[in-house]
Design a binder for this molecule. Sequence first.
Ligand code: 5AD
Ligand code: SF4
Length: 475
Amino acid sequence: MYNDNPTIPTLGKEIDESKQGQVFFDGQKSEAKKHFYIESYGCSMNFSDSEIVASILGEAGYGPTRDMDIADLILINTCSIREKAEYNVRRRLGVFNRIKRERPGIMIGVLGCMAERLKSKLMEEEKLVDLVVGPDAYRDLPNLLAGAEDGDKGINVLLSREETYADISPMRLQSNGITAFISIMRGCDNMCSFCVVPFTRGRERSRNSFSILAEANELVERGFKEVTLLGQNVDSYKWENPETKEVVNFAQLLEMVALVHPDLRVRFSTSHPKDITDEVLYTIAKYENICNYIHLPVQSGNSRVLKLMNRTYDIEWYKERVDSIYRIIPDCAISADIITGFCSETEEEHQDTLDIIEYSKYTMSYMFFYSERPGTMAARKYEDDIPLEVKKRRLSEVIEVQSKISAESNALDVGKTFKVLIEGNSKKSDLHFKGRNSQNKVIIFPKVDGYKPGDYIQIKVDKVTSATLLGNAVV
Ligand code: 5AD
Ligand code: SF4
């Protein structure tokens, strides 16, 4: 679980803090001879990748288990985005190694961004793991496992320009049977100066549209009601059909997925302010089942800082995009990622970040203080000169303004009726259901006879807290 900041980076789709690191196998009981246990950290893309890994391991005869004490293979899918994320992974590796001391036959593997960033270091210098597999090398896992059993070094951190795992049907590990992720692209070409992702996940590539539609269709057949299309920068999705040479852009893909079934909700994340087009906005407005929610990371409210961050838009551009969203989709919710205390940020520039929260009226944000990452452009070119206490104080100011804006946004919902997709029991009470509206706000309401998780229900909001809406069914 990340503790460096009060919120978690999730490519916009909330991975509940309580789920960080956890494993869920939805009633899947494995008959396999060997078992793997996998923990996932970080963004939705990592959680989605773990489902691809599970599928590849399934083919190789490994079944999933929630119990690391019976696992033959313990995997940890890691995140490098901030220093603290890596620190937590090392702590977990310590726990796994204690288990290995008791059961020396088991294997420990590190997957994902930390594997890619540190390469052989965790295996050779620190002797913490037997396997190191980067985000583009998961197909090689069975081979690497077999080799490692024979004493070979189990490492593959090659990045690919083509790999999208398009043909792999993910094993839905942490599924509630209602909502699922579909990865539509991999990598990132943006090179934001603070970000390690382009180094750990490689070049941007888009997945075959037909395989995305096939996955959405299969999910509908299995009773799923919501998909989230995932990518580091979904608005630059672009897939060329090798036969017809026709190109599918993100707006067209969104429309195609929306047409899979009218009862299938479509969400997507993350949008980059430089790439989100009016065509995408009109597509969202046109289809009732494309959710009115856009995660649009601003990072900073000041144009000089945005330039240093290499975000390639200025704050006027960003405001114009926000204005267009509210013009074309009036009831759209917008959320953001925000970084405080980036290199050389002044108090006035920080004030601009507080102002953009008020301007954009984000329903929520993921907020972080800047953490220098080795190898990034910022680490090479700029001094990390804002003292930690200042970064943290600015972060708490950002959180305070965001909480006020979230509460104001929630207060405006009192008296409104929303179509809610029921996701399950509320955390606090078995007598209540929890669901979300199109704007991605959580709504808690008393259970109603005849309604179950996976159903849609009309809920009238009568009370709000700063984070949740409370209501009653209108049936
Ligand atoms: N320090 C702090 N936050 C970061 N993010 C990415 N890199 C860093 C960093 N070095 C944040 C950005 C991004 C989100 C996923 O994580 O806000 O949008
Ligand atoms: Fe990192 Fe920027 Fe790419 Fe997002 S768009 S993954 S912040 S480089």
